[in-house]
Write a protein that binds this ligand. Sequence first.
Ligand SMILES: [Zn+2]
Length: 170
Amino acid sequence: MADRECDRCGKNTPVKELGRKVGGDYLCRNCKIKTRVEHREKTINDAGISEDLRELKNKYSREKNSERRLNNRKLRMRESDDNTINEVPIPKGSKIKKIIKHTVCYLTMQERQSFFRMLLSRGVSAKDAKERIQRLVDSQKELREELGSKSTSEDEIKSRQKEFLEELWT
Ligand SMILES: [Zn+2]
């Protein structure tokens, strides 16, 4: 099949790869990817949600840190007990129990509502907005289960979190 120049960078590209026009231009693979990334950044900036997105990401890393601290603490308690006790009992209503309950990727009702309003302000229909948020909540549930099974690597968790945050805005 014949080649054609990419309208953006001028690279000779097979017509098959150029595919359909993007914003009135035929683009090579690299330029398509670049356009998509720029579009996503622009959408996020236009909607004024970059702050919220950053805040949510910070929240996740805070939760992950507090979980790590908790695990270290449990480990230390175990070691200090001459290895005679395998499980550290957690007293009812203790601080530790509360941390467990609220840790790991928990989206509050307030956050859900504020995402809902932001999506509406971006022209997303109420039905779509609800679906998107539901998807986000579902992926959080999955992520919690994976974290619980402890078979997931830190990197995997990080990239999954990033994925489902980005999915909400694209
Ligand atoms: Zn190009």
